[in-house]
Design a protein. Structure first.
Length: 142
């Protein structure tokens, strides 16, 4: 299958936290994994936040970010999904950042895998509900 992974999943690959095993299982699954370039900035910001709040050492945050280049992802330019992401954000009244993942998934015929329950809940009752899957649900099906 083809999946778009968001920063919430990527951070679980980079830092040991709840559901990291599920993220590692997805990464090792051989599934076709995609991400917009935006994801690298979002993951870096999450690592910064963890270092800033003492959840991890600064050096570890840098090392984790460096490993991101080794992740088994096919990267996509954000501008290819930008207009669609804005349209989705306006329709869903939800942040463009999250909608970039959804727009990319629609563009390439994929499902978004996320650990962001809020985002998944926003989509659940819409026509886009089938386009998103919680990481924990992915892990249960494998």
């Amino acid at each position: 299958m083809r999946f778009v992974v968001d920063a919430s999943v990527t951070v679980k690959l980079l830092v040991d936290e709840p559901d990291s095993d599920a993220a590692r299982g997805l990464a090792a699954s051989g599934e076709e994994l995609h991400a917009p370039r935006l994801m690298a900035s979002e993951a870096a910001n999450a690592l910064w936040r963890k270092a800033r709040t003492g959840q991890m050492e600064r050096a570890d945050a840098g090392a984790a970010l460096a490993w991101m280049a080794e992740m088994p992802l096919r990267w996509h330019d954000d501008e290819t999904a930008g207009a669609d992401a804005l349209r989705l954000a306006l329709a869903l009244d939800h942040a463009v950042y999250d909608c970039v993942y959804l727009a990319l998934a629609h563009r390439i015929g994929a499902t978004v895998v996320t650990a962001d329950r809020r985002f998944a809940n926003v989509l659940a009752s819409t026509e886009h509900g089938e386009s998103v899957m919680m990481l924990t649900d992915y892990a249960r099906t494998r």
